[in-house]
Write a protein that binds this ligand. Structure first.
Ligand code: 13P
Ligand code: SF4
Length: 361
């Protein structure tokens, strides 16, 4: 494995977990080390330091009947230690909608927790890190969409799920990285407005060329914008000199030169599924062009030999949430950790999400 991985989370000291016996801590640390599957980085001693927190979170979760959802970009201690559901943004919105529990704790960035509230307004949605934003969702507001609609009247508006509830309320349909191509193709007419990701928008323009004109906005993901097609080319060259044939997997939030150099493009969940299939079929030399969490899940979930090449980039917003924040939000939720959205915004935003579920299925 030549990929450089992010540093392990440092404890913040915002809450003191309950005291457990040595035997309980040892047992939990062994469980964590087994499920995290990175024995060098997450060794027993490291796992012992987080064991009291995972024990208490898992007990509280049962006691309070809470469903914990974590996005793939969360750290492995959250994903494998306490989460009930882990996936990409599309599957997680469905999981939030369908969970029977009346309380959902969403470990991720704000727009995902807001989406959970929109699709299940009668549930309490806890978001441990209220200031965990996203460069895409923070780069556009409802007025920006209203301006576009005024400039291009009557044209359907598709918004990426990485937007606030206020923006979703202005759109006709919401899309995610797993369905933007198929849903946008199905929209009526020969024009559409796509907000806010300009790179995904460029990919749509290319894919729908000759069928639809796509009007795009100027947003970008600060993480995926870092990658370049040139870097991929030079890695491919370097590896081929050593007789290694790389398979490049990229997230569609990357620029078009990156996507052109890629063998597989897809959501975080699709990239994981494809990487696991590749390694199971003996194609172990993989370059991942995305956030580090994807690589961490592939390493934990692969039973086969893997050679991850290159360097991933970390999303500072996604990594804001730690086990301590989850424990604190479960025990003593602060008002800002409970998602509140005006009913009229929920009602309007719900239309764009329901339309996504309808067109994606
Ligand atoms: P996914 O839906 O692919 O998980 O992407 C969400 C995201 O924010 C990627 O940066
Ligand atoms: Fe937003 Fe990019 Fe972070 Fe995803 S990786 S949450 S798009 S800033």
């Amino acid at each position: 494995m030549t990929m450089e991985m992010p540093k392990l989370p440092q404890q913040k000291g915002i809450i003191t977990p309950k005291i457990y016996s040595e035997a309980d801590i040892q047992l939990e640390a062994e469980r964590l080390s087994d499920v995290i599957q990175q024995k060098e980085r997450w060794d027993i001693e490291m796992c012992k330091t987080i064991a009291p927190m995972t024990l208490e979170i898992n007990n509280l979760k049962k006691e309070k009947d809470v469903f914990i959802i974590a996005h793939t970009y969360q750290t492995p201690d959250i994903i494998y230690g306490v989460a009930d559901e882990v996936s990409d943004s599309y599957s997680l919105s469905k999981a939030a909608r369908d969970a029977p529990q009346q309380t959902i704790l969403f470990s991720s960035v704000r727009f995902m927790a807001e989406t959970a509230k929109i699709v299940s307004p009668h549930k309490t949605v806890l978001h441990p890190s209220p200031d965990a934003g996203c460069s895409l969702s923070d780069g556009i507001n409802g007025q920006d969409v209203r301006n576009l609609k005024q400039k291009y009247p009557g044209i359907p508006v598709a918004c990426y799920i990485n937007t606030t509830a206020e923006v979703k309320a202005e759109c006709d349909v919401c899309v995610t990285s797993s369905n933007y191509l198929s849903i946008c193709e199905k929209l009526p007419g020969n024009k559409l407005i796509f907000v806010p990701d300009k790179f995904m928008g460029k990919h749509l323009q290319k894919s729908l060329k000759g069928k639809k004109e796509v009007i795009i906005y100027d947003g970008e993901c600060e993480v995926h914008a870092v990658f370049t097609g040139e870097k991929i080319k030079s890695w491919r060259k370097r590896m081929s000199i050593q007789g290694i044939e790389l398979t490049v997997l990229s997230h569609p939030e990357c620029d078009s030169d990156v996507l052109e150099e890629s063998d597989i493009i897809g959501s975080s969940e699709k990239l994981i599924k494809n990487a696991l299939e590749l390694s199971a079929n003996g194609k172990k030399d993989i370059m991942l062009i995305t956030e580090c969490g994807t690589a961490e899940r592939i390493m934990a979930e692969s039973d086969n030999e893997l050679n991850l090449i290159g360097a991933c980039v970390m999303c500072k917003h996604m990594k804001k949430t730690q086990l301590e924040d989850i424990l604190q939000a479960l025990k003593y939720p602060k008002p800002e950790q409970i998602i509140q959205i005006d009913q009229d915004i929920i009602d309007k935003a719900r239309i764009s999400l329901d339309e996504m579920f309808r067109l994606a299925e």
